[in-house]
Design a protein around this ligand. Sequence first.
Ligand code: NAP
Length: 331
Amino acid sequence: MTLVNHRFTLAARPVGLPSPTDFQHGEAPVREPAAGELLIKNRYISLDPAMRGWMNDARSYVPPIKLGEVFRALAIGEVVTSNGAPLAPGDHVVGLFGVQEYATVAAKEATKIPPIAPLPVFLSTLGMPGFTAYFGLLDIGRPQAGETVVVSGAAGAVGAVVGQIAKIKGCRAVGIAGGAEKCAYLRALGFDAAIDYKAGDLGAALREHCPSGIDVYFDNVGGETLDAALARLAMRARIVICGAISQYNATGKMAGPANYLSLLVHRASMTGMVVMDYAARYPEAIAEMAGWMAAGKLTSKEHIVRGLAEFPRALNMLFAGENHGKLILEV
Ligand SMILES: NC(=O)c1ccc[n+]([C@@H]2O[C@H](COP(=O)([O-])OP(=O)(O)OC[C@H]3O[C@@H](n4cnc5c(N)ncnc54)[C@H](OP(=O)(O)O)[C@@H]3O)[C@@H](O)[C@H]2O)c1
């Protein structure tokens, strides 16, 4: 009997915030795996701000999703059938399996998950967002004990890990997030200070909480927040450009930093990072972060929305700040 696959494809390229009509929820027969392929049943699908960029017909670090193509997504699934591949039915795997119930993929596209943490954590702190925080902060930010690390989008999947690693490395960690509840969460995680960017003057708050300036600024947000951080740099500061979520739904030109000459004044650097460049080193990040988690120094938080059909609504939660932790769709 042929299995039916429920899936989302890209129906239209959005202008501004994606709308339900930009997605097509449909069915297709499940393709049997050929030699060396796996049939995977998806359990958890990662919802990421980057998905918004993949909907645009623009040059980027990966090609855009084509119209009519299954929506690209990282996911965790269970192997149903293995056709001569070195993985067995029942194995849990992670890979780019898409926003759908089933995926038929080459075995080399699936990575087996070790049974050391609950599955969703491998889309969160022990997965892509955690790797982004780990390599972005440690390789590009290069924080030294005693320095001040500021991170925006601090209560999110990447940001919360950045701040916690900054503390592990003996730094002062300052988080910027939207709302009192998220700021209370940051303080509970051990951040030295949390700034609610919706509540008042961000520049004044950065002056108050970073008395000797910002040594490392990990930017997830861009726009006005990046400008406020540029205005508070310490000498030889490092800025990690990880993302600019405040600009992803812009219908006009993206807002660039006006205060960029602060880089000159402070002999500072601003470097972009793409997590995939570190793929060969992911096992290193998993080993060290799993150790920190076991020692109670690193907490992982996931926000799970249930039901594949919720995909369009759930994706937009990222842009409204409605997620509390790594946003994941449970199939
Ligand atoms: N370079 C890479 O390789 C890479 C890899 C992964 C992620 N990223 C980037 O890292 C950033 C964070 O991703 P994530 O997965 O950890 O998402 P997340 O932080 O878990 O969720 C997104 C958060 O962004 C904040 N936000 C939304 N609109 C905003 C706006 N206009 N201004 C300020 N904040 C806004 C919201 O938090 P508040 O409630 O606090 O506003 C929201 O909860 C994104 O920019 C993403 O593109 C980059």
